[in-house]
Design a protein around this ligand. Structure first.
Ligand SMILES: Cc1ncc(C[n+]2csc(CCOP(=O)(O)OP(=O)(O)O)c2C)c(N)n1
Length: 285
């Protein structure tokens, strides 16, 4: 892929998105998050020398494109099936999966730990990149990682994939702050610069050329860096963009229309186990 001409990348973007939609439509799984980072995923593997440079995806539910691009295209239809590949990055599955994930907010600390460890071994060349969503950067452990990284000279790049939603729309003061940054109303100090990060953004994350040129620029800057990307969860499938909560993870759907399917046709599926469990617990409470 790194040998492709930059002009060919928009076609790859389309193909990768289509591939993810077609497989998840029949095999189920996380959808919106992976669709939102297609450009970023391609740009990261294009600009950085993976797997020598290390990508650490927070949670890893958005890493379908990463898996497909790193040798697992032909087995991606086994995603989350018994005996098949994992729905999250898994170290024994691929050398490109640098950290076992599933639970959130670990990526920054993990990347920082790896960066410090290789410096101790005398390796100063690699890049360490944590990709984290706006929901989970507000978690305690992510903040602990930022707080620690800011007093090191680690070659760490933290990429905030800001789509203003987790499973439900994001809430809280940090979300408000990020919104202010996006609308250009933030007059106060930049919180990430205050933590000693070289901040860049906000950048529109669906312009592959912009993302590539910014990653190339950041690659030559030493120390902790922070890239703020604005993306749309579910990008490329209208229904998933319009119903981001429902299309975070879902059952089978029509790949063309995005309509959610059941075995008997275009009707709602029965409630999921976790919904029944949740309603029952609330009722009992
Ligand atoms: C500790 C923990 N809590 C909850 C979850 C369930 N979970 C998986 S993805 C997700 C939302 C992630 O939001 P964000 O980080 O903003 O990424 P996005 O999906 O919007 O790209 C949640 C709550 C989890 N994986 N780990």
């Amino acid at each position: 892929m790194r040998q492709l001409n930059k002009d060919d990348l928009p076609l790859l973007v389309r193909e990768l998105r289509e591939f993810i939609i077609n497989i998840v439509a029949t095999k189920e799984g996380h959808l919106g998050a992976s669709l939102g980072v297609v450009e970023l995923t391609i740009a990261l593997h294009y600009v950085f020398n993976t797997p020598e440079d290390l990508l650490i995806w927070d949670v890893g539910h958005q890493a379908y494109g990463h898996k497909i691009l790193t040798g697992r295209k032909d087995i991606f239809h086994t995603n989350r099936q018994f005996g098949g590949i994992s729905g999250f990055p898994k170290r024994n599955e691929s050398e490109y999966d640098t950290f076992g994930v599933g639970h959130s907010s670990t990526s920054i600390s993990a990347a920082l730990g790896m960066a410090i460890a290789s410096k101790l071994k005398g390796d100063f060349k690699k890049h360490y990149i944590a990709i984290i969503g706006d929901a989970f950067i507000a978690s305690g452990m992510a903040f602990e990682g930022l707080n620690h990284a800011g007093v090191t000279d680690a070659n760490l790049l933290v990429i905030l994939n800001d789509n203003a939603i987790g499973i439900d729309p994001s809430v809280g003061a940090l979300k408000q702050y990020l919104t202010n940054v996006k609308i250009g109303a933030q007059k106060q100090d930049n919180i990430f610069e205050a933590l000693n990060f070289n901040y860049s953004g906000p950048i529109y994350g669906h312009d592959i050329y912009k993302v590539i040129s910014e990653l190339e620029r950041l690659k030559s800057i030493k120390g902790p860096k922070f890239l703020h990307l604005i993306t749309t969860k579910g990008k490329g499938l209208k229904q998933a963009e319009d119903n981001q909560v429902k299309y975070h993870a879902l059952g089978k759907f029509d790949a063309k229309t995005g309509e959610i399917l059941s075995k008997s046709g275009f009707i709602q599926q029965p409630p999921k186990y976790q919904d029944v469990f949740g309603y029952t617990i609330v009722e009992l409470a």
